[in-house]
Design a protein around this ligand. Sequence first.
Ligand SMILES: [Zn+2]
Length: 355
Amino acid sequence: MQGMRFPGRYVQGPGALARLGREVAPFGRRAACVVDRGVFDRLAPTLSAAADGAFERFDLVRHGGECTLDEIGALAEAARAAGAEVMVGVGGGKALDTAKAAARRLGIACVVAPTIAASDAPCSALSVIYRADGTVERDEFLPRNPDLVLVDTAVIAAAPSRFLAAGIGDALATWYEAEACRRSGALNMFQVRGLPLAYQIARSCRDAIFAFGEEALAENDRHEAGPALERVVEANILLSGIGFESGGVAAAHAIHHGLSELDDVHHCLHGEKVAIGVLAQLRLEGAPEAEFEEVRDFCRRVRLPTRLADLGIADAGGEVLTIIARRACRPGEIVHNEPFPVTEAMVVEALSALI
Ligand SMILES: [Zn+2]
C-alpha cells in the first residue's frame, strides 16, 4: 500500500496574516485564536484587525508556553464555551501543536499560522505533548492535517535568522531520510509506503535549500521577505512537512532523539540537532566522502553545527556516545528504517567521526 497526506490548503507571502478573515471565515463564523505568548502583544492588533467583520465572534487567547494536556484541555474548554467552529493557532511549534490537539478534541476545523520557520511541524498531523517540566510525554497522531496553513513571510523575516537556519537543518534531513525509507521499503508516518511523489517532493526540498539557503539567511538578517527566503520557507514548512510525513523518517531523527537525552544540548533547536543527525546518517550509510563533504560544507554555509562540540557537548567520550546510540537504536525506533541493520556500535562509530 502506498499513500500521501497533505494540509488542506497552504497560503504564503508577506502580510498573509492580514488575510486571516477572508481565509479563515469559510471554516466557521466563530473562531478561537491561540497566540504564542512571545508574539501576543505584537500580533494581537494585526489579528484583531484582520478578523474584524469576518466573524460573529473572534476570541484571542494567550498561549501558556507548553503544549501540555492541561493547556490543550483548557483551550478546548474555552473554545467550546465560545461555540468556536474553527481553531486558529499562531506562533511557534508548541502553540501550533496545542491548537491542533484542541481542535481535534472538539472535532472542529484547524488553521495554523507559524511565526518562525524553524521546523517542518506546522503542516503535519502530529502534536508533541509535553509534561509541565518540559519533558516529552508522547506524540499524538491526528486524523487530519491542518485545514489551512497561513504563512506570513514578513513575520518570519522579522524573527532571528537562527530559527530559519534550524528549519533548514530539519529540511535537510527530509530527503536523506525519505531516500533511506524508499531504499528499504520502510513505512512512512502513517504506516504505508510513500508514493513516488513523496520522494520527489523531498528531493525538491533538498534542492531548494541548497540553492537558496545562504541567500535566504542573508535576507533574514536584513529582515527582508525576499525571493530566496520565500523559497526556503516553502521548503522548510511545506516541502519538508509533506516529505517527512509521506516519505518517512530514519537515522537522522533517531540520532536527534539520542542527542536530546543529553543535558548539554537543551539550549539547541530541533533542527540544529537534526543536522548532526544527517551527518551521522551519511557516515552510517557509508556515503562517499565527496557527498559527506558537500553536506557538511553546506551546513557550515547555513550556520548549522557540523560537530558534536558545536552543540555544546563538551566531552564526547565513549560513555556519552553510547547514551546517544542506545536511545537511537531502541527496538522499533526509526533508525531501523535504514536499508541495512543498524547497531549501537555503528552509531557510536558514525558519531565518533563528528567529534
Ligand atoms: Zn524534524
